[in-house]
Design a protein around this ligand. Structure first.
Ligand SMILES: Cc1cc2nc3c(=O)[nH]c(=O)nc-3n(C[C@H](O)[C@H](O)[C@H](O)COP(=O)(O)O)c2cc1C
Length: 242
C-alpha cells in the first residue's frame, strides 16, 4: 500500500512537470512559477502597504453581447471616484487568477508565462496589481495623473480620469522561451487584457479608452521601473461625462 502511494506521488510529479510544457531546466521552472505566484522584486515598493481587493463577481445582469455592442472609446470623465469594488472587478478581468489550481489568468498567455505587469494611477497614489491574492501594493502616495498626462502627450482625459491602468510587460519572460517571436505574443496578450478591461468597464456602466500614444521613457521614469519593463498601454477609466 505504501509503495503504491509512493508510485502515485512520483507519477503525479512527472505528469505535472510534463504539463508545464517545455520548461527545460529547473531555472526555467522556477521562473515559470514565480511569474505566476509572486510579485517582482525589481520595482520600488513602500514596505508593508498592501491592499486586499474585494472579491470579484462572476455574475451580473449584463451580457457580454451588450458590452461588445456598447463599448466605445470614452474621453470625457466626471470627477467621480471609482469604488474599490469597481477597480477590483476591472483588474480581475485584466489579469485576475481564474483557476486556483493552475494559477491561469483571465486573459490568455503564450506558454502561460504571464509577461504583463499592471499598475494603476489614481488620486491617492500609484499601485501595482498582484494577481496572486488579488491585491494591490502601494508604490507611491502622490497623485501622478498630471505627470502621467504629460507622458501621454498631453491627452487631457488622462488627468481627468479617476483611474488609469498602465499595462507594462517584462518581455524576457516570454522571449526566453519563444525568442523574438515572443515579442509578438506579448503585444497580443496586452490586447487580450486591454479588451477585457474595456468590456468589463462597459459592463459596469463605466467608460474607458486605450492610449498607445505616450513617451516610453517618461512613463518608465514616472513609475520608477527598470528598463526591462516595456510600457504598452495607458487605459483611463471613469464615469462618462456626456
Ligand atoms: C493600439 C491603439 C492605440 C490607441 N491610442 C489612442 C490614443 O493614444 N489616444 C486616443 O484618444 N485613442 C487611442 N486609441 C483609441 C482609438 O482612437 C479608437 O479605438 C478608435 O477611434 C475607434 O473608436 P472606438 O474605440 O470607440 O470603437 C487607440 C486604439 C488602439 C487600438
Amino acid at each position: 500500500m505504501k509503495n503504491i502511494k509512493k508510485y502515485l506521488i512520483i507519477i503525479l510529479i512527472i505528469i505535472s512537470i510534463i504539463g508545464l510544457g517545455s520548461c527545460k531546466t529547473m531555472d526555467n521552472l522556477k521562473g515559470y512559477l514565480s511569474n505566476r505566484f509572486s510579485s517582482p522584486e525589481d520595482i520600488n515598493k513602500i514596505e508593508g502597504e498592501e491592499i486586499m481587493l474585494p472579491e470579484p463577481q462572476i455574475e451580473s445582469n449584463n451580457s457580454l453581447e451588450k458590452a461588445i455592442k456598447n463599448r466605445r472609446s470614452v474621453r470625457n470623465f466626471k470627477e467621480k471616484e471609482l469604488t474599490m469594488k469597481q477597480i477590483s472587478q476591472i483588474l480581475w478581468a485584466a489579469q485576475g487568477i481564474t483557476s486556483k489550481l493552475t494559477g491561469f489568468r483571465a486573459a490568455p498567455s503564450a506558454g502561460a508565462l504571464y509577461p504583463l505587469e499592471l499598475f494603476i494611477v489614481k488620486e491617492d497614489g500609484l499601485f501595482h496589481y498582484i494577481p496572486e491574492g488579488h491585491k494591490l501594493e502601494k508604490l507611491d502616495s502622490k497623485d501622478l495623473r498630471i505627470e502621467l498626462m504629460q507622458c501621454g502627450l498631453l491627452q487631457e482625459f488622462i488627468e481627468e480620469a479617476p483611474l488609469n491602468i498602465i499595462i507594462t510587460s517584462v518581455n524576457e519572460r516570454t522571449t526566453k522561451k519563444y525568442g523574438q517571436r515572443g515579442i509578438k505574443y506579448v503585444y497580443m496578450e496586452a490586447g487580450h487584457s486591454a479588451q477585457n478591461i474595456l468590456l468589463q468597464a462597459t459592463a459596469l456602466g463605466l467608460g474607458a479608452v486605450t492610449v498607445g500614444a505616450f513617451d516610453n521613457t517618461c512613463l518608465l521614469n514616472l513609475l520608477k521601473l527598470p528598463k526591462e519593463y516595456t510600457p504598452l498601454y495607458i487605459i483611463p477609466v471613469g464615469h462618462e461625462d456626456i
